[in-house]
Design a protein. Structure first.
Length: 235
């Protein structure tokens, strides 16, 4: 493979699986236990906000007991060491990339550790439980806060920045995602259209595996560090 000059990495729940964070569509995944329409849609939130707050409160409090794994750390090393352009885009709402040392991962589906006020539109770091009694630190309104995460039917964040990076990259690497959810599942086609080399690193072939020129299958904590060393060695 030629020496890349501009890399875009997309990660999904599979990169956090070995840290003990549940994935969505694996056997026993989150969506096998909870109906996404109840907890990850604006309609579900309008119907029963406390149910939604509880769902995210559990996942937010779970962050305290998980650690970044070798795959998160390897991507942070790649970002620090690679001399070309590098952008990490994640579908994950956990904070493991940051805690591994990644500078500014693009959280296209938002972040568990942030609150968004429906009344004044402000965003705030939020590490504890959130409920309808929570007060917005900016406008002081009560009952207007929601987790700052992107629900089904909502527009992912920072799509202009992501599209721009995909149009100008020469290496696109997808890690730990099943390729079920758009627009992330379409990034590989945007990268290919820009002439980038496209690689999928995943436990098993994803829904979109045929779209990738190359695939490396295995556990992220094994295949990601190996892949990063390969890139950094310029081999
Ligand atoms: N190493 C590498 N890959 C793994 C591992 C592992 N240890 N464990 C699981 N995987 C792979 C699975 O094979 C699967 O292809 O990670 C992928 C996880 O897929 P999903 O559970 O569908 O998660 P993701 O692709 O991130 O979901 C995308 O859907 O529900 C929405 O907003 C949610 O961001 C999420 C989006």
């Amino acid at each position: 493979m030629h020496r890349p000059t501009s890399i875009v990495v997309l990660t999904g729940a599979g990169i956090s699986a070995e840290s003990g964070v549940d994935t969505f569509r694996d056997k026993d995944g989150i969506w096998s236990k909870v109906d996404y329409r109840d907890v990850a849609t604006p309609e579900g939130f309008a119907r029963n906000p406390e149910r939604v707050h509880e769902f995210y409160n559990q996942r937010r409090s779970g962050l305290a007991s998980v650690m970044p794994n070798a795959a998160h750390l390897a991507l942070a090393r790649l970002e620090r060491t690679f001399r070309g352009k590098f952008l990490l885009v994640t579908q994950n709402i956990d904070d493991l990339h940051e805690r591994a040392g990644s500078q500014q991962p693009v959280h296209m589906h938002g972040e568990l550790t942030k609150a968004l006020c429906a009344s004044c539109g402000s965003r705030h770091p939020w590490h504890g439980a959130m409920s309808r009694a929570s007060r917005c630190p900016s406008c002081n309104e009560i009952g207007q806060l929601r987790p700052d995460v992107v629900w089904f039917g909502e527009m992912p964040y920072l799509m202009d920045e992501i599209d721009e990076a995909l149009a100008n990259c020469d290496l696109f690497v997808s890690i730990g995602t099943s390729g079920n959810v758009y627009p992330a599942a379409g990034f590989v086609e945007q990268a290919r259209y820009a002439g980038a080399h496209t690689i999928e690193l995943n436990l098993e072939p994803s829904e979109g595996h045929v779209l990738f020129e190359q695939a490396i299958h295995g556990r992220a904590t094994e295949i990601v560090p190996e892949f990063v060393e390969h890139i950094l060695a310029g081999r």
